[in-house]
Design a binder for this molecule. Structure first.
Ligand code: ATP
Length: 324
């Protein structure tokens, strides 16, 4: 392998730049050529490439988002689209690529490898922390810290007015952000897609909380929670069934995806970038770089995309105990 390409694909996450920087610098260190692909698979199809050297990635480790831009690309889902992408890579003498992204990006990479025998390695970049085979994805730590900081602020105003807040956080399919940030911010209840506790339990818990003399209540709601109600409907429900509360709603939205990455995410991204290039140099393909028990591992992409990471039952228990 002489020339490696790097791209970011799917939803962006803080720390992607640190991963790009790591791939580029590792290539420079190992005297491999490196090419950046802009706008994910869309840019691969269109040949939106740029030669990189160690200095091309100065001053990006601290920046959120991705300097290479990201995209959702429908064309790459078709055989013709992937054929065009392959021709572009051949034309530029690229021997392998590292894709930084989530499940969809890895599925596309695997398919591409199966069709053209092209070496690919994935780096998990998503705030959701939902990729099987790795304890952490790049961006998750930053996102939960952003959420905790926001909830701390909401708590200040909530306790000044004895209010109840429903705070919606990202997580359509998984509740890792909700659960971790919820425990970290001391939420009274955490509603996640993996668990259906029912609305009765919510009311009971809020009643207990009020009775025990708490001056404010924060309920964290993941987008895909199983109550069947969104935060605004939950507000109405509680106002109707538990009029003792003055209820407000806060939807955190895209602030969760942005911001300067935490040191944890920067270090993780730096380590994963090195491992990805090393793996390609060793002739490996179809793996995602993961981290387990503080050690980096190579996880078959097939396994990584086979399911979402299960919710941490021990952390659910901790959360239950903390809310007594
Ligand atoms: P996120 O964490 O934001 O969901 P992701 O990588 O899973 O990140 P997707 O939008 O699902 O984001 O996928 C990114 C891109 O990967 C798609 O726009 C498409 O180009 C490609 N892709 C996804 N699924 C497939 C597939 N089944 N076959 C081929 N390409 C795919």
């Amino acid at each position: 392998i002489k020339k490696i390409a790097v791209l970011t694909s799917g939803g962006d996450s803080p720390g992607m730049n640190a991963a790009i920087r790591s791939v580029v610098r590792t290539c420079a260190y190992m005297e491999l050529e490196c090419v950046a692909i802009y706008r994910g698979y869309q840019g691969m199809i269109e040949g939106d490439f740029k030669e990189m050297d160690a200095r091309s990635v100065n001053n990006i480790i601290n920046k959120g988002g991705t300097v290479l831009k990201s995209a959702r690309c429908e064309e790459f889902r078709t055989k013709e689209g992937r054929q065009k992408a392959y021709e572009q890579l051949r034309k530029h003498n690229i021997d392998a690529f590292v894709v930084i992204g989530g499940n969809g990006s890895f599925t596309g990479a695997l398919l591409f490898n199966k069709e053209f025998g092209f070496p690919v390695i994935g780096i998990p970049g998503t705030i959701d922390n939902d990729i099987l085979g790795t304890s952490y994805t790049i961006g998750f730590d930053t996102a939960i810290n952003t959420v905790v900081e926001a909830i701390d602020k909401i708590r200040d105003t909530a306790s000044s007015h004895n209010r109840l807040f429903f705070v919606e956080v990202m997580g359509r399919d998984v509740g890792h952000i909700a659960l971790n940030a919820g425990v970290g911010a001391g939420a009274e209840e955490i509603l996640i897609p993996e668990q259906n506790l029912g609305l009765e339990r919510l009311l009971d818990s809020l009643k207990r909380s009020k009775k025990s003399g708490k001056s404010s209540s924060i309920v964290i709601v993941a987008e895909g929670d199983k109550t069947g109600k969104n935060v605004f409907e939950l507000k109405e429900y509680v106002e109707e069934h538990l009029p003792i509360y003055d209820v407000r709603v806060s939807v955190l939205g895209h602030i969760q995806r942005g911001g300067s990455p935490t040191c944890f995410d920067r270090v993780l991204a730096s380590r994963m970038g090195v491992k990805a290039v090393e793996a390609l140099r060793q002739g490996k393909s179809n793996y995602m770089v993961g981290i387990r028990d503080t050690k980096l591992v190579l996880v078959p992409i097939e396994e990584a995309i086979s399911a979402h990471t299960a919710i941490d039952e021990e952390l659910i228990r901790v959360s239950d105990i903390m809310t007594t």
